[in-house]
Write a protein that binds this ligand. Structure first.
Ligand SMILES: Cc1cc2nc3c(=O)[nH]c(=O)nc-3n(C[C@H](O)[C@H](O)[C@H](O)COP(=O)(O)OP(=O)(O)OC[C@H]3O[C@@H](n4cnc5c(N)ncnc54)[C@H](O)[C@@H]3O)c2cc1C
Length: 429
């Protein structure tokens, strides 16, 4: 049944196949209207995208423009978006599992399609909603899809792909973010159940989620071999949403602190083998990082384009702001950096879908993406003057939201550590 529906949804998506050059945008503010994307016009073969990728992007763009962007202002103001409603729309159209197995409702495509989807989600006019979607598709479910039992996938993966369940990821804790190996949350085996005690911090989707992919210690052994990933329903007795965390940015995405107090979970809810959780999570991070870079690329490009449009019509000293060389040169430099990052992302993706380990390249892309987002946000906001300091324009929201890129999912320094490990430049113990 699921297999037939997956194939049907893929057909529906690909029936609209045409090469697509984006040139529309749904503005949330009058100043931001009618901005054309600077996506390069593709003549002949694209490095990694086919007509199917472009058709997929076009279908998703329609959903973004019709079902998401018109509500972004309200959801940002409310500090939360209706994840179940939005995920159901995306799930019905196949966008929550493009690279997931067809038998669990996915489209069975390779990871380049997930990257294409992440890029397109960057057209949502805030960072919080794409991040929440990415948590569902590329941060919480990759390990389950790869290593979970058939029964577990039926219970948690299929409804997450269909948009019937909202998922969240519980790795970070109050005392353990960058150093994942030092988490304290414990799952002790009692008969055919685990009893979980501990807490998780900064859990995206946490106040709305139906289940959490939880990283726990299942023994006292070496910190890299004592961990497991367990699927935990959020409605079990003992799971408490301690609070919804107020944040600098990503307002429409809810972020929770969650406690686990003697939570009983069947042992069959473990993903793969006991003790392999750290390794599975490190693998899961690769897709998270590629996804985050793809998503950020489009946002950076949109902010640069909107800045060009604004500075072209805004006059200072009798000529457009844009005509000052320091402005157009700086924008050209930023666009060049965006293109370099895109080249790195697409080559890493091409290698990844051929089965290569791209940990080093994904870490480099994440590092560069975080740093570049800060430069784009800061430089562009400056060119908007006082207008850039208001809440009326995309650039100020991007400035706030994109700051997370250098912190979440592994801070810049963590990325540098991984790159150094691959370069064999770390001091030996
Ligand atoms: C909005 C938001 C959403 C999030 N969503 C989730 C989620 O859904 N699930 C989840 O599990 N986590 C989530 N996180 C947590 C996030 O992944 C962590 O914040 C991140 O990993 C950093 O951990 P930390 O905050 O504990 O910082 P710390 O580990 O305390 O690090 C502090 C700083 O130390 C520096 N640093 C780190 N390592 C080194 C080093 N080796 N050398 C030098 N300096 C270093 C970095 O600058 C870093 O920012 C989220 C966070 C935020 C803010």
């Amino acid at each position: 049944m699921a297999l037939r529906e997956g194939a049907l949804r893929l057909n529906l998506l690909l029936n609209s196949r045409t090469f697509h050059k984006c040139n529309s945008s749904v503005g949330v503010r009058s100043l931001s209207d009618n901005v054309s994307s600077s996506a390069p016009e593709i003549v002949g073969d694209h490095l990694i995208y086919t007509q199917e990728h472009f058709a997929l992007k076009e279908s998703l763009r329609k959903i973004i423009d019709l079902e998401i962007n018109p509500h972004v202002e309200q959801w940002e103001a409310e500090g939360i978006f209706p994840a179940h409603k939005v995920f159901k729309i995306l799930g019905n159209a196949g966008f929550l599992g493009v690279n997931k197995p067809v038998e669990y409702g996915g489209l069975g495509l390779d990871y380049s399609y997930s990257v294409a989807v992440a890029e397109e989600l960057g057209h949502i006019r805030c960072g919080g909603i794409p991040m929440a979607i990415g948590v569902q598709t590329d941060m919480t479910t990759p390990a389950l899809a790869r290593f979970g039992s058939a029964e577990l996938k039926q219970e948690f993966l299929l409804p997450s792909i269909m948009g019937d369940k909202v998922a969240c990821l519980g790795v970070s804790e109050v005392g353990a973010g960058s150093d994942v190996s030092s988490i304290m949350t414990k799952a002790v085996r009692k008969g055919d159940e685990y009893v979980i005690n501990g807490g998780k911090m900064w859990t995206t989707n946490g106040t709305q989620a139906d289940w959490i992919c939880l990283l726990v210690n299942t023994s006292d052994g070496s910190p890299h071999r004592n961990k497991s990933l367990i699927c935990v329903p959020m409605n079990l007795p003992g799971v408490q949403i301690a609070r919804k965390i107020e944040k600098l940015g990503m307002w429409s995405s809810d972020t929770a602190e969650v406690f686990f107090d003697d939570v009983h979970v069947p042992c069959k809810n473990i993903i793969g083998q006991e003790g392999m959780g750290f390794t599975y999570q490190m693998l899961q991070f690769q897709e998270e990082r590629l996804w985050a870079v793809a998503n950020m690329l489009t946002m950076m490009e949109n902010v640069i384009q909107e800045t060009i449009q604004y500075t072209r019509q805004r006059k200072i000293f009798k000529r457009p702001v844009l005509h000052h060389q320091s402005v157009h040169f700086r924008l050209a430099e930023l666009q060049t950096e965006v293109e370099l990052l895109r080249a790195l992302l697409h080559s890493a993706t091409a290698l990844y879908i051929k089965g290569n380990d791209v940990t080093k390249l994904a870490s480099m892309a994440k590092l560069k993406g975080g740093r570049l987002a800060r430069e784009v946000g800061d430089s562009c906001l400056q060119f908007w003057g006082g207008m850039g300091f208001t809440s009326d324009v995309l650039v100020s929201r991007f400035y706030r939201d994109s700051r997370l890129m250098s912190i979440g999912g592994g801070a810049d320094e963590v990325m540098l550590g991984i790159i150094c490990k691959y370069m064999d430049t770390l001091p030996k113990k």
